[in-house]
Design a protein around this ligand. Structure first.
Ligand SMILES: Nc1ncnc2c1ncn2[C@@H]1O[C@H](COP(=O)(O)OP(=O)(O)OP(=O)(O)O)[C@@H](O)[C@H]1O
Length: 314
């Protein structure tokens, strides 16, 4: 690939309304070549809408979207881009009455299949059975082979590894990492925070149709990397515990504990707490779940997040 090659995904003020219902609004971002980027957000945030616009399945209300430098609203350009695209949908459906092998033959004829044999070794499926007889995991493995066997420059995946067992998941993450090493790009939506942390270079967080954060996992964690939970004999208002370096302070309704999200400002924390009688203090590293709960704000829709049960939402 030459350096003059266009970015794999470029969205500029992309907006999609379904009648009066907002799907996404004013989305602007660029995905770089060789990047693995995750798209996170609560249910209904707009992830699928953005992906469907990118695939040319939905027409934008406003703004532009391009795949591998091709305008997705132009049929010929979209067709061209799709030859170098691998797409893994969230609900894998094939014609039930065809054999697994015939499914791969079909996609192979359309786009190529140079990695077919190797991928089938890594993601084995019963090729001589009809897809109807496949378990959901096998369907997904077949979809992976179909999506990646032509070595696409860009892969787009909706709900990355839903339904795969942990060993297959791991194999799949390795495939994405090999692609990255070869300068190929992967973009996926996910609810699974551990997988985002494991494989992503950057994470985009979308809420109510808008992109509210786009950053590396490390930087997202660094903004509020420490959580202090404290119980005081006194009951000052949460704002009394704020100082530079504290991102948020909240107070739990049930037991009156305060929860501070802060940068590693331990001296300042100790100084501030010294004004009070500290009955309990726990300080720990924030998890990505903690940080994302902040962005998701007050929703319960982070499935593998531990219950945070605190009053520290923004
Ligand atoms: N075909 C449609 N007609 C009307 N509204 C729609 C349609 N598809 C999506 N929406 C609305 O657009 C918004 C974004 O939905 P979208 O499916 O893109 O979110 P999502 O982030 O993919 O959610 P999930 O994680 O639940 O799949 C929601 O308010 C949803 O109700």
């Amino acid at each position: 690939m030459s350096s003059a090659e266009p970015q794999p995904i470029e969205l500029e003020s992309l907006t999609k309304y379904y009648g009066d219902v907002r799907g996404v609004e004013d989305l602007t971002f660029t995905v770089d070549r060789g990047e693995i980027i995750g798209f996170l957000g609560p249910n209904g945030a707009g992830k699928s809408t953005a992906i469907h616009v990118l695939l040319g399945l939905l027409k934008p209300t406003d703004g532009t979207a391009s795949l591998l430098g091709r305008d997705v609203t132009d049929r010929a350009e979209l067709r061209d881009a799709k030859r170098r695209l691998g797409y893994l949908p969230s609900d894998v459906t094939f014609y039930d009455r065809v054999m697994g092998a015939a499914v791969l033959d079909h996609f192979g004829r359309l786009r190529g299949d140079e990695r077919r044999a190797e991928l089938l070794e890594r993601f084995p499926v019963p090729l001589d059975r009809t897809v109807k007889a496949y378990s959901s995991g096998n369907r997904q493995k077949l979809a992976i082979v179909a999506a990646f066997m032509h070595e696409p420059d860009l892969a787009i995946m909706d709900e990355l590894t839903s339904g795969l067992d942990p060993l297959v998941q791991n194999e799949f993450y390795e495939l994405l990492e090999e692609r990255r090493d070869a300068g190929r790009t992967s973009f996926f939506s996910s609810h699974i925070l551990s997988e985002v942390r494991r494989v992503c270079d950057r994470v985009g967080i979308i809420r109510n149709g808008r992109l509210i954060e786009l950053n590396t996992v490390e930087n997202i964690l660094a903004e509020g990397g420490t959580i202090a939970t404290v119980r005081l004999a006194e009951a000052p208002p949460p704002a009394a515990l704020e100082f530079p370096g504290v991102a948020r302070v909240g107070r739990r309704d049930g037991d009156g504990r305060y929860r501070l999200v802060l940068a590693r400002e331990f001296d300042a924390l100790i100084e501030r707490l010294s004004k009070y009688t500290v009955l309990e203090l726990e300080v720990r590293e924030a998890s990505i779940e903690d940080v994302l709960m902040h962005f998701y704000g007050g929703t319960d829709e982070v499935p593998d997040s531990p219950a945070s049960g605190n009053g520290a939402s923004p």
